[in-house]
Design a protein around this ligand. Sequence first.
Ligand SMILES: Cc1cc2nc3c(=O)[nH]c(=O)nc-3n(C[C@H](O)[C@H](O)[C@H](O)COP(=O)(O)O)c2cc1C
Length: 233
Amino acid sequence: MRQTISPLAARRLLGGGPVALVTTAWRGNYNVMPGVYFTPLSFDPPLIGLAVHPARHTHDMIKSSEEFALNLAGLELLHHCQYLASVTGREVDKLDLTKLPTFRARHVEAPLLEGCVGYIECGVEDAYPIGDHTLFVGSVVAAQIEEDAFDGTWCLTDPDLKPLHYLGLNHYGVLEGRLEARVPRSEEEASTEEQVEEGLEEAAAETRGQREREAEEADRRRREGRGSQHDGA
Ligand SMILES: Cc1cc2nc3c(=O)[nH]c(=O)nc-3n(C[C@H](O)[C@H](O)[C@H](O)COP(=O)(O)O)c2cc1C
């Protein structure tokens, strides 16, 4: 049965997007806050929109430095994501407090966080007040991914290398695996319910097989990785 929810709650229906730890730097000070209000805005040039409330310290850091970095968090940063949203960089040095290890970005001053699965560095092109947030339009100046996490799209095989998604409140999730869709072979097939169902079953079986192969491959890589660590020790 359908239920009415308030227009303010409607944003939660769009929950499930990846969580970024947004890092910033300005005059020797650094900050990090979890963010989910971001989206690609343009393919080429590659532009990303990030909406930040003016009350956030991150807002002023981006305004001043005209830069930011998105560190796409994995499962290991689940509890940090929630914690980093409960304190503000106006009052505490969150990077110092959490001792999260960082490394230098390619182009921006903002530090990048170890243990994330992907990184996007942006220079700010524009800023627009939108409702109660400011929409920063970031031009992508560099991007990096954790090898084995991404091969053109997220691989979703190794649980440690899956991006973390935010549902709202203190609820997060990870995607189970990658599914492969195929277009119906003919118009007839597309219009016949039975055939569409058959196609879906075939696609599901194909995807299951592929997921098994990918999981075996991830497992093999993990075992090899462990092996080489032992060799080095
Ligand atoms: C998962 C998650 C995502 C969030 N996304 C955003 C966002 O996109 N924009 C925003 O302004 N605040 C967002 N917040 C709230 C800020 O992270 C929070 O207010 C934080 O304390 C701000 O830190 P700062 O003052 O150090 O910048 C989010 C909170 C959580 C838990």
